[in-house]
Write a protein that binds this ligand. Structure first.
Ligand code: X8Z
Ligand code: ZN
Length: 643
């Protein structure tokens, strides 16, 4: 039933036990409406509960398929009409889900078959933005959500002076842009390529102008969805989101802190090293040697992944093993070929190919003639065969990895297609986000050589330790994987506080930058104020897609890879392991994927890894040679740590 990965799924699957939901449903201070009449009070029987769940599965399946189709058309053709149609579909689906979420409470306290009990629990927590029961407010909320996502999709920056004094890359992009306006795809490309701090600043500021108009609507969306959450018995939407991890919400919060503390020293080493290199490049007036890194200099609009500045921070004496952007271009790989590489990877593990409809109905590249939501996503339209990918693929390494990420979702959809409707979902949402990334960890130099993209494999590490090529590869990987960790963690720290009321609308921007400073050690490149709304310039905030899933996925994917490499019998360091072509690893993975959401996530984790918890030792093992190298470099350069 998890229909859209990387979308504000109406029915995002999560899992938990009765006791956890009881703990989640303690409205703090605010009185929840009396919706929870227990079985004893209503004289409901186990047979009633079974019938209720059966009905819910049938009706929700129907209504969500309709809503998915409307959402698909809207996301791939943004107009006022498609926006209205999508909002209508979402309204109907939300109303029905709310009805079932409220109704499920009637059966608490009954002795039920475990799968029925689990489905009832899932029904109660699976609405991302619950709407109040009042139809007018339902309509208002769905219009707000769809409208905010559409605004993001339509967002553009139209520089007043086009090519003028810009770098050659910018000049080309400006020349290409028919209307001299840059959408997020073009802006991302420029942010990745430009090394001119003035131009980077201009692009950064330009994009962040799309979001101030979202601010009042975002505040209203928060108010309405909180009202919906309270009607369901949760004190706010953040508590509802945290209830989806088979443990009490507070325990989930401390578990995240445990994981963050495991990886924080690695992040600090990377941050210190990158900053010291950026000081060399831009000078201490632009990059403070002891302070936070200005957010426009890291090769990415949100400073969330830093791989695009690899060339800037790579030590001059260490040759990069390869540049995936260049390999793809040299081999004349087209966007569609990139999807075929990804699909072939899954096929090599024993997965069935995607049906023809996937190739016919997906959006792989940006249409020339209309606004679309370019942010990549994977769709399960009909809970069966009709899976799709929506991207604006550019031929570059970053998108090669994103294609694998998205296919992780679509192959997960297919793997659990025989589960009953309410169990069609990831073990938790972090699992869904981790599968494709796990596959991309197998995109090693050896793998690229095997598939004909890389002519020569760089020398492997020797007995004495890691080779230069290994360090270069690991640094490139860390700039994406490790740099992302605090970003992944902070987005929902912000939203949870917004939902709980701890952050008020008048402090939206200030608190955003406080968190970015605290966790990431980055700063806004120009002074910001409450006239800005920088969170809204990030897709997942505008579109109301929960984000903690990506932090979890960064931890899980290394655990999954460690287990799969063991299953495949691949010896040697984890970072050199590719499971490409290994059917035993594929079978083990499929076993976990096919469980869908039918069991609490620790059971799924155990099926693949033998462990029952998130464990950052796998990511630390993977990067261990790099951590040693970074610490040596930082000591040699007298690079200060922290900010
Ligand atoms: O949104 C995504 C995917 C779709 S689920 C492309 N990701 C996050 C982001 O772009 O912010 C993948 C990594 C983090
Ligand atoms: Zn995803």
């Amino acid at each position: 039933m998890r229909t859209r990965a990387c979308r504000s799924s109406l029915l995002t699957i999560c899992c938990l036990l009765t006791t956890f939901i009881a703990l989640a449903q303690k409205p703090a201070g605010k009185k929840a409406p009396a919706v929870h009449k227990s079985a004893a009070a209503t004289h409901a029987t186990a047979a009633d509960a079974i019938k209720f769940v059966d009905d819910a599965e049938k009706r929700l399946a129907d209504v969500t398929v309709k809503s998915n189709r409307a959402d698909w058309v809207q996301a791939t053709y943004i107009t006022d009409d498609t926006e209205a149609i999508a909002a209508d579909g979402e309204k109907e689906a939300t109303a029905l889900s709310t009805e079932y979420a409220l109704g499920a409470a009637k059966y608490t306290g009954l002795q039920l078959p475990p799968d029925v009990a689990r489905k009832l629990l899932l029904l109660r927590i699976s609405i991302t933005l619950p709407a109040p029961t009042n139809p007018a407010e339902q309509e208002e909320l769905t219009k707000l959500r769809v409208g905010l996502e559409a605004d993001y999709g339509k967002g553009k920056y139209c520089p007043s002076q086009a090519a003028g004094e810009s770098s050659p890359a910018a000049a080309n992009a400006f020349a290409d842009a028919e209307d001299k306006c840059l959408d997020i795809t073009a802006l991302e490309r420029l942010m990745a390529q430009s090394r001119d701090p003035k131009q980077l600043l201009d692009l950064w500021v330009g994009w962040h102008k799309i979001s101030p108009p979202m601010r009042p609507r975002y505040a209203r969306l928060t108010e309405l969805s909180n009202k919906g959450a309270r009607e369901l018995g949760f004190s706010d939407v953040g508590v509802l989101w945290r209830a989806g991890y088979d443990m009490p919400p507070d325990q989930f919060t401390s578990d995240l802190e445990r994981l963050w503390q495991q990886v924080r020293p690695l992040y600090l080493s990377l941050h210190a090293y990158v900053r010291s290199q950026l000081v060399k490049k831009y000078g201490p007036a632009v990059v403070p040697p002891n302070g936070p890194i200005p957010a426009h200099l890291l090769g990415n609009m949100w400073a969330q992944e830093w791989g695009n500045i690899y060339q800037l921070v790579a030590p001059p004496d260490v040759k990069a093993p390869y540049d995936l952007d260049e390999l793809l271009k040299a081999k004349k790989v087209a966007p569609l070929d990139m999807v075929h590489y990804g699909e072939n990877f899954f096929k090599s593990l024993g997965f069935s190919p995607h049906p023809q409809s996937f190739w016919d109905r997906s959006q792989f590249t940006k249409p020339r003639d209309r606004d679309v939501v370019c942010h990549a996503s994977a769709w399960d339209i009909d809970n069966q065969e009709d899976v799709r990918l929506k991207m604006c693929i550019q031929v570059r390494g970053e998108d090669f990895i994103t294609v694998h990420h998205e296919l992780g979702h679509t192959f997960y959809f297919r793997a659990y297609e025989n589960q009953p409707y309410l169990f069609k979902g990831g073990a938790n949402d972090g699992f869904h986000e981790a599968i494709g990334d796990t596959m991309a960890l197998s995109v090693t130099p050896e793998y690229l050589h095997q598939v004909g993209l890389l002519d020569q494999v760089p020398p492997a590490s020797n007995a004495a330790g890691s080779s230069d090529a290994d360090i270069a590869y690991l640094l490139r990987q860390a700039l994406d994987k490790v740099a992302f960790l605090p970003f992944g963690l902070l987005i929902d720290q912000w939203r949870w506080k917004v939902f709980s009321g701890e952050i008020k609308p008048e402090d939206y921007n200030k608190s955003w930058w406080e968190l970015r400073l605290k966790y990431q050690g980055v700063s806004p490149p120009v002074a910001r104020s409450e006239a800005d709304f920088d969170p809204g310039a990030k897709y997942h905030v505008a579109a109301s897609v929960p984000y903690m899933r990506y932090f979890l996925a960064r931890i899980y994917q290394f655990q999954f890879q460690r287990a799969l490499c063991k299953e495949a019998g691949v010896a040697g360091p984890l970072y050199r392991c590719s499971i490409y072509g290994n059917k035993a690893a594929g079978a083990k993975l499929n076993k976990m994927l096919a469980m869908g959401a039918s069991k609490p996530w620790p059971d799924a984790m155990e099926a693949l890894t033998g462990q029952r918890e998130g464990d950052a030792t796998a990511i630390l093992d993977y990067f261990a040679p790099l951590k040693k190298w970074l610490d040596e470099q930082n000591a040699k350069n007298n690079a200060p740590m922290g900010w």
